[in-house]
Design a protein around this ligand. Sequence first.
Ligand SMILES: C[S@@+](CC[C@H](N)C(=O)[O-])C[C@H]1O[C@@H](n2cnc3c(N)ncnc32)[C@H](O)[C@@H]1O
Ligand SMILES: [Zn+2]
Length: 395
Amino acid sequence: MSFWFPVEEVIEGKAKILAPKLNLTINEPLDHARSRAAVFYNPIMQLNRDTAVLTLMHLKEKTTQPLKACEPMCGSGVRGIRLVLEARVDQMVLGDLNPSAISLSEENVRRNNLNQHIRIRLMDANILMNIHSNPMNRFDYVDIDPYGSPSPFLDSTIRSVKDEGIIALTATDMAPLCGVSPLACLRKYGGKPLRVAYSHEVALRLVIGATVRSAAIHEMGAKPILSYYSDHYVRVYLSMKYGAKPADAALSEMGYIVHCQKCLYREVVKGAYLKASRDCIFCGNKMMVGGPMWLGEIVDSMFLDNIIKKTLKSDVNWEPRLIQLLDTLKQENQAPPSYYNLDEICSKLGISSESLDKFIDKIRSSGFNAYKTHFDDRGFKTNANIQQLASLLKL
Ligand SMILES: C[S@@+](CC[C@H](N)C(=O)[O-])C[C@H]1O[C@@H](n2cnc3c(N)ncnc32)[C@H](O)[C@@H]1O
Ligand SMILES: [Zn+2]
């Protein structure tokens, strides 16, 4: 089959697909050339697709029924093809608004001999999901991978997933989520971002928080089982449970982070209304408020253990950073929300920075816990407060 745009063969996981061949002009950044392509395919997002494959492998193991999944913004179709080839999804529904994406996905499905398993629709994502909101037609898994924010698709995503199904969301609109445009964040996610060293974690928690509130409208509880930040996007997998009780339980994990810009003290305050004092207990400075956002665990340890085992056992060619990411997530899940950047603290104290590994050892030998975080190479999570950290650094 020929296309009106140049294509090339690409292998990702077990899928062999055609992807648009980039027409790079001199000095043009790759991202820019990619955004001009007729159909979207980004090899850097393999990590994102690897975690989707692992999640579906987990779902497949849990059920004897045929597994039904939907990716309503499919681009080249690579993700859906991998889900069928690697996680043995039985029925996959792909959709996209771009006719070129649909033609390319059709060809890619044919090349991988998956016509029996994958249906493709040229359709708006919300319409496609709403067609499937009837209880008989819902999916076990719905994967939302849009340009920018998943918020305009949240309601239909939640309506189209079965009880105990999983939804996955990618958000690439990091500027609003990290506080560069707080009003845009309030519009999209109903919460205030924080422009702080740990803004990537706040971004993740705002996306989870918005999903939890949207799910509660439909009397559903949403529980994150795997969430992370990578390559300028956040990704969350949530397990969905019907009922007022799970919805209320999820809402009880919502709240605020109150942050002092002057001395870096922060407070985590659970609850629908903010009752905390806005003055820093250490330096008296007025504190900034972020949220409402999700304050509970961002991964489920048992789920994580299960998929880590799968990465080791399976013969899929995983993205090289995957195992390290999952291991770090497992460690840091034991720590409270928010993290510190060692260089930021040292700069506030007017001292030179030091080795992160050595400082983490020092915190631990003083009886606190401390973990590296996947959010930031120079970041760490701990239950020590900023004054205790400052004393340790000055030792
Ligand atoms: C980031 S790309 C998806 C990449 C793909 N999920 C992957 O893993 O390679 C976003 C896709 O969403 C499609 N899109 C944007 N708005 C849409 C809408 N309202 N309904 C359906 N598709 C849409 C675009 O045409 C594009 O192909
Ligand atoms: Zn302070």
